[in-house]
Design a protein around this ligand. Structure first.
Ligand code: DLL
Length: 436
């Protein structure tokens, strides 16, 4: 694959140049929030910093953090830095608990968003000859429209089918000759299964690239989807509070996701001490937007855990790379004192040939003791075999998990197609300790 880069100037500039641009833009942003958003001004005054303290991007660390709670407390528009007459789009995240988080875009924000999405798609080799089937949800969720504007900007033929209606997805994929599928990895794996069961032959489809994100997924999941769909799968990362998809993206070397850092400056902090960590250390990702007008956001704590790498990538991009995010601090389960991310289980399962990527973790507290139960679908053939085969497989999975993760687990093998499929972000955990 030939490396193509959407915006060579910004994507390959020297670290010094980048720092200079970030510093200028950060100063403007800090001014903007200080003078236009009373909440930010109050927070900065409380922390004893004013715009005059911010001379370069190195001074970011002086500024207070912003959290999802701050957005909720200012629901719906309290953190906007422009009058509503300048806001041309609103999105909101679903908010399973409490109020949704609302984000607003100016006309220029939408242009920036299209730009960073064009970089993202170009990074995956998508261009004007492609047909991009956008099966992320359209609506308040940023996935559908984010991909849509980027797809149009690179000149691809955009198919705005949105999520769900799996039969129709397959029909259009075939009839329109979609070359790119954009959706969550869990929906991609569901679609792969649906193709297998349909009368379609893989040869009848033109699919070659997947643009997957919006939820954590492991490299093993990537290999599984690539094998099943016979495509190359690219990871894209983003969050509504920062812009939506387009914050960072895989290039063809897939050695970390390039962050569009001329727009979003990343930091990694220790989530307990809140100290900034040096390059290469694992911690919580924090972003400051430096070009956003509608909802500029300073030091937003994403809760996503990753590491940053600043060396130049083989693709030529100098944009800092973040490692694939395989967990959020709030997805981390603590079971009998052991920390566990669902992705660790996914990784073990997908290394075994016998299991499918469809699993669910059920955590309970019984007699004051945490218990972990794994429901996993196994390949169809096991249900045709002797019951002893199934029991042996159950033991094998249990041993494999216990030896890699060090946590005892009850494995419940379930029949194919009994775990609910997801058309958007998958639910991997039911934590009954938090209920009732
Ligand atoms: O999920 C934006 C998006 C849409 C990204 C389409 C990629 C593709 P939110 O609904 O606000 O926005 O959720 C943001 O999802 O903080 C991460 O925890 C998680 N997330 C998003 N992309 C990835 C990814 C969209 N590639 C939250 N890997 C983020 C792991 C991801 N987690």
């Amino acid at each position: 694959m030939k490396t193509s880069i959407w915006n060579r100037h910004f994507e390959t500039m020297s670290r010094d140049q980048m720092k200079q641009i970030q510093s200028e833009r950060l100063r403007e942003t800090v001014d903007r929030v200080y003078y236009n958003v009373p909440y930010y001004r109050a927070k900065m005054q409380e922390a004893g910093v004013g715009p005059e303290y911010i001379k370069s991007a190195d001074d970011l660390k002086l500024l207070p953090f912003t959290t999802k709670q701050d957005l909720r407390d200012n629901y719906p528009f309290g953190l906007f830095a422009l009058p509503m007459s300048e806001i041309i789009r609103l999105h909101a995240s679903s908010g399973t608990t409490g109020r949704p988080t609302v984000v607003g875009y100016s006309r220029r924000d939408i242009a920036v968003w299209s730009e960073v999405m064009a970089r993202t798609l170009t990074g995956a080799g998508v261009g004007k000859d492609d047909f991009i089937q956008i099966a992320y949800g359209y609506g308040l969720f940023t996935g559908g429209l984010g991909l849509h504007y980027g797809g149009e900007k690179v000149g691809a033929s955009v198919i705005p089918i949105s999520g769900g209606n799996t039969k129709r997805q397959l029909q259009l994929m075939h009839d329109f000759g979609s070359t790119v599928l954009a959706c969550t990895p869990s929906y991609a794996s569901y679609l792969a299964e649906a193709i297998d069961e349909s009368s379609l032959d893989r040869e009848d489809l033109k699919l070659k690239v997947g643009i997957f994100g919006a939820e954590p997924w492991t490299d093993n999941m990537r290999f599984e989807i690539e094998k099943k769909l016979q495509i190359k799968a690219f990871d894209i990362y983003g969050l509504s509070e920062i812009i939506g998809p387009g914050v960072s993206f895989d290039c063809e070397y897939q050695c970390g996701l390039h962050i569009n850092e001329d727009h979003f400056i990343p930091e990694i902090i220790d989530p307990d001490t809140l100290d900034v960590l040096p390059e290469g250390e694992l911690g919580e990702l924090v972003f400051s937007t430096v070009t956003k007008e509608g909802l500029p956001i300073i030091r937003y704590r994403t809760r996503d855990l990753t590491r940053l790498h600043y060396d130049t990538c083989k693709c030529g991009r100098t944009l800092v790379r973040m490692e694939k995010c395989t967990g959020r601090s709030d997805d981390m389960l603590i079971i009998r004192g052991v920390n566990l991310f669902p992705s660790q289980i996914e990784s073990v399962l997908l290394e075994m040939d016998e299991t499918t990527p469809h699993y669910l973790l059920v955590v309970e507290r019984i007699n004051n003791l945490d218990t972990l139960e794994l429901h996993v679908e196994v390949e169809d053939r096991f249900y045709q075999d002797k019951i002893s085969e199934l029991q042996n497989l159950g033991k094998k999975i249990k041993n494999q998990i216990e030896s890699t993760i060090g946590l005892s687990v009850n494995v419940k093998l379930v029949e194919p197609k009994t775990i609910e499929r997801s058309e958007g972000k998958a639910t991997r955990v039911i934590d009954k300790r938090k209920m009732g």
